[in-house]
Design a protein around this ligand. Structure first.
Ligand code: GLU
Length: 482
């Protein structure tokens, strides 16, 4: 086996990148990169019926946005190609025939009808009855020569047990009597998924197989194939289930009713790729200390297989939102303005300064999709009730608010320059002159400027962003209302 760690992400192009698939990709990446290895992308599309238009592009796009750069794959090439199973179809049959020759697999000529009737009468779940397993050699040759349709089945040991090691789940033993003589090559000559997977992992020199624990029950069959061929068995790393929280407090396998479950849907809901990756890294893996925020680069430095847990991980949308907020806070204001721009543009058509708006919004944003409703008032003031001027804490009411507002308008109108500092100094001096607290002076101004009691930024920022003309227009309209 290769000295270099080689992992592969082997998605089936279903047109959807579930959080669980993305976590598998991430852990494959981390297992390899934390050990200086190679990360390979292989497209498993032998099941042509499930093929979805554009699905492979979605895989490329997701990996790229998530920052998981593959070293080998259909688009970037490599020494072990082709990296798409449907382009490798010719490679599998000879391996199956080799097993037949060695008595480890056999031709099965059972008709569809026979198999169906077995299924119909299968009360004990014993599956295929191994009818063709011991056909006489001459009979097999006669049937082959007659052109009879066949599949190739793996000959499972009838006695004993199979034991394998999983890096996460430990030692697992199954009774061989529970294993079906599974099909390796289908009647159309194509390999089954289970067979192609093993041949590909071996011929691509894969050292670590990382996948969801739903594959644990298939692993003994894979293991027996490796043994049949006399190939070195890769390190198996099965990942814990990902659950979602139900309303009644219980958990069940993460699905759409819990919320967005695909990478695309999560980004559409306003989560940053970096935050998603960081959060997903912790869905089943724990660092040695209590650090939570990691860039992908940092993850590759601290990731250890021994930190993977077998207990189910619960996907917590609130926690993801917290991570998102942390990543937003860590941006420069210019970076944040850039990612927030499409959300600003949904509601703001006026030529306002997006960087300034971003600067007052950044600290309070945890989800990009919350941005439009927070900034829409810059474009158009909502209709508001004059009761908003009444505020206990600021000591404003319907009597003093018009007085304050009128005087503030006069001061602001006199300003020769309209910018944050000039507005700020003006309103502070105004409060002092009036002998009132800053808060008492600012409240009516902010209400009149925004029409809202909760705004990103205070009166000064809002007036600065709105500009002189719009600000004075709004303040005067507020005064008229009072
Ligand atoms: N093609 C399989 C899937 O998408 C991959 C299983 C594996 O990693 O072996 O689930």
């Amino acid at each position: 086996m290769s000295d270099t760690v080689r992992t592969r992400y082997a998605p089936s192009p279903t047109g959807f990148m579930h959080v669980g698939n993305l976590r598998t990709a991430l852990y494959e990446y981390l297992v390899s990169k934390s050990q200086g290895g190679k990360f390979i992308l292989r497209i498993e599309d032998t099941d042509q019926e499930r093929k979805v238009e554009g699905a492979v592009d979605l895989i490329y796009r997701t990996l790229e946005r998530a920052g998981l750069k593959h070293d080998e794959g259909p688009d970037v090439g490599g020494d072990f190609g082709p990296y798409v199973q449907s382009e490798r179809l010719g490679m599998y049959l000879p391996y199956a025939e080799q097993l037949v020759k060695e008595g480890k697999a056999y031709y099965c000529f059972c008709s569809k009808e026979r198999l169906q009737s077995l299924k119909d009468n299968d009360k004990f779940g014993t599956g295929y009855d191994r009818h063709c397993r011991d056909l006489p050699k001459e009979e097999v040759e006669r049937l082959l020569a007659s052109g009879a349709e066949y599949v190739i089945r793996q000959k499972m040991p009838l006695e004993g047990s199979t034991t394998f090691e999983d890096a996460v789940f430990g030692t697992i033993t199954v009774e061989n009597s529970e294993l079906q003589d599974q099909i390796l090559i289908k009647a159309d000559g194509f390999p089954t998924y289970n067979f192609a997977n093993v041949i590909d992992d071996h011929t691509m020199n894969i050292t670590h197989v990382v996948r969801g624990c739903e594959y644990l029950s298939s692993t003994p069959k894979y293991n027996l194939l490796y043994e049949d061929f006399g190939w070195e068995i890769p390190t198996y790393i099965h990942l814990p289930l990902i659950m979602g929280k139900n309303e009644d407090g219980s958990v069940s396998k993460l699905s759409k009713r819990h919320g967005a479950t695909s990478f695309e849907d999560l980004t559409n809901e306003g989560y940053l790729p970096e935050a998603i990756i960081n959060y997903i890294a912790l869905l089943g893996w724990c660092p040695e200390d209590n650090t939570e925020v990691f860039t992908l680069d940092e993850l590759t430095k601290v990731f250890k297989i021994s930190g993977i847990s077998k207990s189910p991980a619960v996907f917590d949308y609130d926690k993801l939102e917290w991570f998102n907020g942390e990543y937003i806070k860590a941006m420069t204001v210019e970076q944040f303005a850039e990612v927030a721009k499409p959300y600003f543009e949904q509601v703001i058509k006026k030529p306002l300064d997006f960087v300034k708006i971003a600067s007052i919004l950044q600290k309070r944003t945890t989800k990009l999709t919350d941005i439009p409703e927070k900034v829409a008032f810059f474009e158009e003031q909502p209709k508001y009730d004059k009761e908003l001027f009444v505020n206990k804490k600021s000591k404003t009411n319907l009597e003093n608010s018009p007085v304050i507002l009128k005087a503030a308008i006069e001061e602001l109108e006199a300003l020769s320059e309209w910018n944050f500092d000039s507005i700020h100094d003006c309103l502070i001096a105004f409060a002092e002159k009036q002998g009132i607290k800053n808060g008492t002076a600012m409240w009516p101004v902010r209400i009149a400027a925004s029409g809202m009691t909760v705004t990103p930024g205070g009166a000064v920022e809002i007036l600065d962003i709105l500009g002189r003309e719009e600000s004075l227009k709004r303040l005067n309209a507020g005064l008229a209302k009072l």
